[in-house]
Design a protein around this ligand. Structure first.
Ligand code: SF4
Length: 268
């Protein structure tokens, strides 16, 4: 399958522009990222890996109440203390270590200045973030876009699902392929990426779910040329039990130096 096809004579740039305008008109501005400081954005991006946002939000609330949402506080606290606060987000041991690593790295490599990270340019910043333990492409890009206002599209699972159901991407397109497609067909505009990503997540949550697509009610239904084929991945009872076990934070992710499978950013 070609990466992007024209639909009804329209080029991908035009289709994406229509999607953005339609979703914005239907849902209004989403006001992402729901955080008070860049540190909270970073904490949220790490904590929401492999879990629903509501669990990450609980962990963030705990950290805030415990006064741990600053670099210095994060460095001074014991790992045990951080683990206790982030437990609702699951994988709490690894996430606590990632938060601590991040705080240590900012001090070591950037003199404690968050803005110094983002002054280096997109390529260098992204490479440095990806070299950190526990940070994968989606988390790195969320940090760059939402904490650093860098023009990097977060091509998460929700985004890929919608683009593939509209035959703009292959259903097998991975994160990097989807991101290249979006960067090629959108202007490098951080506020646009911010809003468009948030709107796509909202459309996926409301209408374009994993196992069902409510196209007849979805604002993007007008752009659909044919009913999408849905993914039919079946889960065995054993895999469901394993997933639930992992969600409780009782096992370690197998890819220790990469982002574990992300739930994407479903703020609810
Ligand atoms: S629900 Fe249907 S119309 Fe809406 S984004 Fe998904 S595939 Fe497109």
């Amino acid at each position: 399958m070609v990466e992007a096809a024209e639909q009804g004579g329209a080029a991908p740039d035009e289709i994406l522009h229509r999607f953005h305008a339609t979703l914005l008109k239907s849902f209004g501005p989403q006001g992402w990222w729901p955080a008070r400081t860049p540190w909270e954005v970073i904490g949220g991006a790490i904590l929401t890996q492999n879990t629903a946002w509501r669990n990450a939000a609980l962990a963030l609330k705990n950290l805030r109440k415990a006064g741990l949402l600053t670099r210095r506080a994060m460095q001074r606290a014991s790992l045990r203390e951080i683990e206790l606060q982030v437990r609702p987000a699951g994988f709490y041991r690894q996430k606590a270590r990632t938060l601590r690593h991040f705080a240590d790295w900012i001090e070591r490599a950037h003199g404690g200045s968050l803005s110094s990270i983002f002054r280096q340019g997109v390529e260098r910043t992204r490479a440095q973030l990806l070299a950190l333990k526990g940070i994968g492409p989606e988390t790195a890009d969320a940090i760059m876009l939402y904490a650093g206002q860098q023009p990097v599209f977060v091509a998460d699972a929700y985004t890929r699902r919608i683009l593939s159901r509209h035959q703009l991407l292959s259903p097998a397109a991975d994160y990097a392929t989807a991101q290249r497609f979006l960067h090629r067909h959108l202007p490098p505009d951080a506020p646009l990426f911010n809003e468009f990503h948030a709107l796509l997540v909202e459309a996926a949550k409301r209408f374009c779910r994993h196992n069902v697509a409510h196209c007849e009610r979805c604002p993007l239904g007008a752009y659909l040329e044919r009913k999408p084929k849905l993914e039919t991945r079946a889960f065995s009872p054993v895999s469901i039990r394993k997933h639930q076990h992992r969600q409780r934070g009782n096992s370690r992710p197998s890819r220790a130096n990469s982002e574990f499978e992300s739930s994407s950013f479903g703020f609810a």
